[in-house]
Design a protein. Structure first.
Length: 65
C-alpha cells in the first residue's frame, strides 16, 4: 500500500497550474503605489511564470496537479 502524498496548502493557494506551466502573482503591489509608475503597476498585475529552475520544487509541493 502506497502512502498518499500531501499537497503543500500554502503553495496551492498561491500557484495556479496551467496546461504547460505554473503561474504566480507578482510581489511589490501591496502598498506604496504612489511612487510606482502606471506602466510598472500594469506590468506587476500580469501573472508570471515559474522559472524552470524552480519547476521541480513546485512539482514536489503540488504532487497531484
Amino acid at each position: 500500500m502506497l502512502l498518499k502524498l500531501k499537497t503543500q496548502k500554502s503553495a496551492a493557494k498561491r500557484i495556479k497550474v496551467k496546461k504547460r506551466f505554473f503561474s504566480r502573482k507578482s510581489s511589490f503591489l501591496g502598498h506604496l503605489r504612489r511612487k510606482k509608475s502606471a506602466r510598472r503597476k500594469r506590468a506587476l498585475k500580469a501573472p508570471k511564470k515559474i522559472h524552470l529552475a524552480d519547476l521541480y520544487t513546485f512539482s514536489v509541493l503540488l504532487p497531484y496537479h
